[in-house]
Write a protein that binds this ligand. Structure first.
Ligand SMILES: [Zn+2]
Length: 449
């Protein structure tokens, strides 16, 4: 084959995340696509002799996808605290220090220009961590406008699946009927968009936050019998899910506690093929889900969208509140063993969002401020964690047939790491550097020499 536009062959060990060919020696890119994967000779035979060859020093992985990152909000927060030329390290440290600040947004709502600027600022920091895509799990109407404007101006470099946030129970959207009216009035639904910006499932809340004692549990929080906060009644939730299933929408539901996870799973199971088509998600799903619920959700092909960052941050507090009941928090191993698709994300940038740290947490089960890890029964391997950040998260991003692997025909989203994350000591993983990141064949990050 001799193409009008010659391909580029990249030569380096490639961790493909493709079960059909887990490792390769080279891959070729033409425009925004991967057009060959294999040995150097195989790839050369595929793309022709006029292809240019680039030897890379390091190991190539698919670009990571953070399946739960409030990217635009994070950018706005960065704008309000940091100079525009701040470093990634300063951003991480500032987000950590200002975790509890609630009123950072200022009196005036940000303008469209400011929203685009926020994305300009935050995207490069995420690319520097090997991230090429995100699921924004709660996009307000204004955030949607910001993403659309950034995309229109050609400034979106992060592939984004934006989940419209419906704050049911507020003045804006008082009840399920109002939510349905709102969704019905948009004229679009889950899946609308393109490979840079797509409308995801809606985001709703079934319960609250665990450290506030609001996770809705089967077993009471304490001797008073209090079981947490159920934010939407079962029948109303089921009605919303049913409407979404029949009207082109997917559903992602914040459900932290066992009772909330079970209720959401039961409603999803009645939604039929829409669950797979529109990637229904259980979001967080980390506190005491029963094995029965986990299996039922996995069988219905509901995505477990899990965040090792939340457990890192909350582990100590959960032990203080629940004692031994905290040990199995975030049961990633159980979700995987049940056959669920697990998508990893961070809930960043408010929670820690460095994927190296999160992979390390999921493997070691360590939590902030404690010497003892949580129960190792729920520990996973680096390979499992990488799958949750690539193939699993690509599934959640409605892109598993063209992202999340280095595979012929897939989009050329990849990152060059110093070494294979699976082959180094686990504690060294947190310092392993990303050297280069490409989105759609275009370099969006290159580490300064
Ligand atoms: Zn979140």
């Amino acid at each position: 084959m001799s193409a009008a536009f010659p391909a580029t062959i990249y030569v380096a060990p490639v961790v493909t995340m493709d079960a059909d060919r887990p490792m390769a020696d080279a891959f070729a890119v033409l425009c925004d696509r991967i057009v060959g994967v294999g040995s150097v000779d195989e790839v050369r035979a595929l793309v022709g002799a006029d292809a240019s060859v680039v030897e890379l020093s390091g190991v190539v992985l698919p670009g990571l996808i953070d399946a739960h990152l409030h990217m635009e909000r994070g950018g706005l927060k960065a704008l309000s605290y940091l100079p525009e030329d701040a470093t990634l390290a300063a951003f991480i440290e500032t987000m950590r220090r200002t975790f509890h600040d609630a009123d950072w947004a200022g009196a005036e709502p940000p303008t469209l220009d400011e929203r685009v600027k926020a994305l300009d600022v935050v995207q490069p920091w995420l690319h520097a961590l090997g991230i090429t895509g995100v699921v924004d799990p709660a996009s307000t109407i204004d955030e949607m406008r910001g993403y659309q404007e950034a995309h229109r101006r050609g400034r979106l470099t992060m592939r984004t699946l934006a989940m419209p946030y419906l704050p049911i129970g507020t003045l804006e959207i008082p009840d399920v009927d109002a939510a349905i009216t709102h969704l019905d009035g948009t004229g679009v639904s889950t899946g609308f968009g393109d490979d840079m910006l797509r409308v995801g499932p809606i985001k709703v809340y079934a319960d609250g936050e665990a450290l506030k004692g609001q996770a809705y549990l089967d077993e009471p929080w304490d001797s008073t019998g209090y079981r947490g906060l159920q934010r939407i009644e079962d029948a109303e939730f089921a009605r919303l899910v049913d409407w979404c299933a029949n009207n082109g929408w997917g559903v992602g539901t914040h459900a932290v506690g066992s009772a909330a996870i079970a209720a959401v799973t039961a409603a999803y199971r009645a939604a039929g093929p829409a669950v797979v088509d529109r990637r229904f998600q259980l979001i967080h799903a980390y506190l005491e889900p029963s094995l029965e619920t986990i299996r039922a959700a996995a069988e219905a092909r509901v995505i477990a969208s899990l965040q090792p960052s939340i457990i890192w941050h909350n582990g100590r507090g959960l032990r203080a509140k629940l004692g031994d009941r905290a040990e199995h928090a975030n049961p990633v191993r159980s979700w995987l063993d049940a056959g669920a698709t697990v998508a990893f994300g961070s809930d960043g940038p408010f929670f820690p969002f460095d994927p190296r740290h999160l992979i390390w947490q999921a493997v070691t089960r360590r939590v902030e401020g404690e010497d003892q890890p949580l129960s190792m029964d729920e520990a996973i391997t680096v390979d499992d964690a990488l799958a949750a950040y690539t193939t699993g998260a690509a599934y959640a991003a409605m892109a598993d047939d063209h992202r999340g692997m280095i595979r012929e025909g897939y989009i050329a989203d990849w990152a060059l790491w110093e070494a294979d994350p699976r082959s180094i000591a686990i504690d060294d993983l947190r310092r392993l550097r990303v050297l280069r990141t490409d989105v759609g064949g275009r370099t969006v990050y290159r580490r300064a020499a």
